[in-house]
Design a protein around this ligand. Sequence first.
Ligand SMILES: Cc1cc2nc3c(=O)[nH]c(=O)nc-3n(C[C@H](O)[C@H](O)[C@H](O)COP(=O)(O)O)c2cc1C
Ligand code: SF4
Length: 424
Amino acid sequence: MSEANLVLFKNIHIQGQNTLAVAQQQGAYKRMEKALGMSGEEIIQEVKSAGLRGRGGAGFPAGLKWSFIPKDDPRPKYLVCNADEGEPGTCKDRDLMRFDPHLLIEGMIIAGYAVNSKQGYIYIRGEFYREAEVLEAAVAEAYAANLLGKNILGKGVDFDLAVHRGAGAYVCGEESALLNSLEGEKGQPRLKPPFPANVGLYGCPTVINNVETLCAVPAILEKGGAWYSKLGVEKSSGTKLFSVSGHVNKPGNYEVELGIPLKSLINDYAGGVRGGWENLKGVIPGGSSTPVLIPEQCETILMSYEALAGAGSMLGAGSVIVMDKSTCIVKAIARLSKFYRHESCGQCTPCREGTGWLAQIMDRIETGQGREGDIDLLLSVCSNIQGKTICALGDAAAMPVVGAIRHFRDEFEYHVKHGRCMVD
Ligand SMILES: Cc1cc2nc3c(=O)[nH]c(=O)nc-3n(C[C@H](O)[C@H](O)[C@H](O)COP(=O)(O)O)c2cc1C
Ligand code: SF4
């Protein structure tokens, strides 16, 4: 991708970009100034025409979400940035916050103004200690320069912003659990509807967006929705940060246009598969909850929301976990099942009990204690979880198991039959 098209990482390698002085040299807050001269409706229209979809996992169109905030409603409106980033394999938001915090703050002021919110919160994962400090310093600088607070730059617009540190629960990345946590309650998901756009933080209309989503907004204001929509492919427009990890020679966060072939992302950006492409066993394309792809699919698949859904997986948060042939798929998925059991909040029986069952059965298959019928039992437990829970954590626990059995059933069977792994 040409450097000129970089949207999110354009300035990330500039020394001191986390400071207001350097960020302003690169044009920070100019897009905000432009936005404050527009109406909220015009901004929403620009973001809609960009085709920007939420980068937190579900891919919901950002402009449409903003337009759900009721206009003639006397209640305060809130804007919340989801910076919890707990999905295993995902570490892209962290780079944005650490190296270009003013980009996020600018995106939030624009989004807040568009939906008539005067108060924003950044809910940041507790483990991101350094990033929270960087953000807090950037917020203080922005206040000192009257880019936040009352009557921003004399334009009659008020917007306050606070950084709130989470306490390390993956489920608090789920938007309604995040709101409960922000209110000081137990971080457990709420039943939906009502949706946050109507009943969100403190019972008021609330927009919740991912860090990466909000960081794409300033460039959309600067260059226009039409420009942004030409990046990427139809229905999956723009650029995306992919966190590529696992058995590649150059793991890292890479910004590319959506729709890039997975093979090109791995070979041209992440330095190729350890031992060469022929050594590839499978790729988890969108973070730990997304079903694994096999090499035949990886040859041609495009990294778009539609293409991955068509292949029975998901783009998710864009975390590409590459596994070479030394990987025991049963062991890898068993580890994930353990994670989801640990992170289930326990509110719904199918998730609380089901994740426990998945972890237990996966563990016994992996350690050579598997019983005849265990693989079908896993599938049955998954079907009793999927679609039957308050939040999507239940689905997230089931999907990797179903995906792995779909493509690697022979390995599961080998484990059960021989009490050991075929790759060891
Ligand atoms: C269990 C679970 C964990 C989640 N964790 C995150 C997270 O860490 N960051 C995030 O942005 N979205 C996360 N989400 C998705 C959010 O609920 C929500 O859809 C997202 O923040 C909306 O932002 P977007 O529209 O900009 O994508 C999670 C969802 C679930 C079900
Ligand atoms: S699906 Fe799991 S994590 Fe989500 S609310 Fe139910 S028990 Fe809690």
